[in-house]
Design a protein around this ligand. Structure first.
Ligand code: BGC
Length: 446
């Protein structure tokens, strides 16, 4: 069957600053929590770090050229906060210059810039002052956001305040697998709260600019949780997993409250929710122009007495990527239907979707990544179907433009539609990029 995308549906690619830029000490950039986390032995696969990464800071023209060749309509990237404010209250115009050049280059090629303000690289100075645990972080973030709005203004079409608050708070402050590597649930919930609050505050600030051509929202990574069996215990466990991953973020943004059942579940571990002040939820639930969703996989959940929240994740018999994530486009369908029913009618952008596989350059110099093509095709088909049913999904950004620093997995996972040779810094279009190019041109999917 042939399915068609509307003329104005946006096809894009996505990256983030620390994962691709490199140039860690250039033009006044100071350290972020990821620079420090990477230096801690054993935290990152192969003790890799983002010092050089894809050297995009120097090769951005080449990368924009690649995107132009593929024909993408938009490019989602993030700004490195420590380039813009290397010290508290000290603006660094040189750092901003890079993003201005990048935005100009994109606009010249007719590629719409979509900017994420926070994709996890908190400046070290902010961390040393308490990081997201300090309520003042909201003000620091606002100062930074306002400066970026001012400088890049409405040449940016989509603004995303935060990328995946779940990862920045829960993985960074509770599970300890991301920077800053803490393992404290109370801290994670405080961090999440301040991150969400800073989102609300930044949207409020953004409205004052009255930009005609740009929209603002937030990106959540949503992970649908399915019970592994029909047992009451598993159903309850799946609902808790949903609370932990999804509802804890969706509810304050769209329902003006944190989920009561989760508050109850967390209480015995974290004590009082005294970090939530009057008026906070009102601020967090400010109207967004759109919702960004990063979707990769689903979770299959079983009751388990061995974990704090009484659930564990198991695998079904779906095929998996090299992240060990199940390939589950059906779950994307269910997720969007549920969001529409339970949460919001604002336009949706899929701000990330993609897969890591063991890509190799073959003798003919090509990278035959058919599994990635299949992954993307299956997800896009669901998007067409959803839109036919009125889901209002306005765009899709493949994660990622290029293989890059995959956080705790270092350079061992390849998500790009462009292959990175880390020795030579050469870029090679994978078959998926060629396929994407054709898809964008024809706007149909078979
Ligand atoms: C993040 C990306 C990451 C990708 C694949 C998302 O959680 O936003 O930075 O590389 O997933 O793990």
């Amino acid at each position: 069957m042939i399915e068609k995308f509307k003329e104005n549906f946006i096809f894009g690619t996505a990256t983030s600053s620390y994962q691709i830029e490199g140039a860690a000490a250039e033009d006044g950039r100071s350290l972020s929590i990821w620079d420090v986390f990477c230096k801690k032995p054993g935290k990152i696969y192969g003790n890799h770090n983002g010092d050089i990464a894809c050297d995009h800071y120097h090769k951005y023209k080449e990368d924009v050229e690649l995107m132009s060749d593929i024909g993408v309509n938009a490019y989602r990237f993030s700004i490195s906060w420590p380039r813009i404010f290397p010290e508290k209250g000290k603006y660094n115009p040189k750092g901003m210059e890079f993003y201005k050049r990048l935005v100009n280059e994109l606009c010249e090629k007719g590629i719409k810039p979509a900017v994420t303000l926070y994709h996890w690289d908190l400046p070290l100075w902010a961390y040393e002052m308490g990081g997201w645990l300090n309520r003042d972080s909201v003000k620091w973030f606002e100062e930074y956001a306002v400066k970026v709005f001012e400088e890049l203004n409405d040449s940016v079409k989509l603004w995303i305040t935060h990328n995946e608050p779940l990862c920045a708070s829960i993985l960074g402050y509770y599970e300890g697998t991301h920077a800053p590597g803490h393992k404290n649930l109370r801290e994670a919930l405080i961090a999440a709260h301040h991150i969400l609050l800073s989102h609300g505050a930044a949207v409020e600030d953004f409205r004052k600019f009255n930009f005609k051509n740009s929209k603002i929202g937030i990106t959540l990574n949503l992970i649908p949780s399915y019970p592994a069996s029909g047992s009451e215990e598993d159903i309850k466990a799946a609902f808790i997993s949903d609370g932990y991953h999804n509802r804890w973020f969706l509810d304050p943004i769209f329902k003006d409250s944190y989920p009561e059942d989760m508050k109850e579940a967390y209480k015995e571990f974290i004590g009082e929710f005294d970090f939530i002040n009057d008026g906070d939820l009102q601020k967090i639930s400010i109207k967004n122009d759109f919702l960004g969703i990063n979707y990769y996989s689903r979770e299959l959940i079983k009751f388990s007495e061995d974990s704090k929240l009484n659930y564990k994740s198991v695998h079904g018999n779906f095929e998996r990527t090299t992240m060990d994530w199940e390939i589950a486009p059906e779950a994307l369908y269910d997720l969007i239907m549920r969001l529409r029913e339970e949460y919001t009618h604002v336009p949706i952008y899929i701000t990330e979707n993609g897969a890591a596989f063991n890509d190799r350059v073959s003798r003919n110099g090509k990278v035959h990544d058919n599994k990635r093509i299949d992954y993307v095709r299956r997800h896009l088909k669901k998007i067409v179907k959803l839109n036919e049913q009125g889901a209002d999904i306005r765009g899709y950004f493949i994660w990622s433009l290029i293989d890059n620093f995959e956080w705790a997995n270092g350079y061992s996972r390849r998500f790009g539609i462009v292959y990175m040779d880390y020795e030579t810094q050469d870029r090679i279009l994978k078959d998926s990029a060629v396929w994407y190019k054709d898809l964008i041109k024809r706007r149909i999917i078979e």
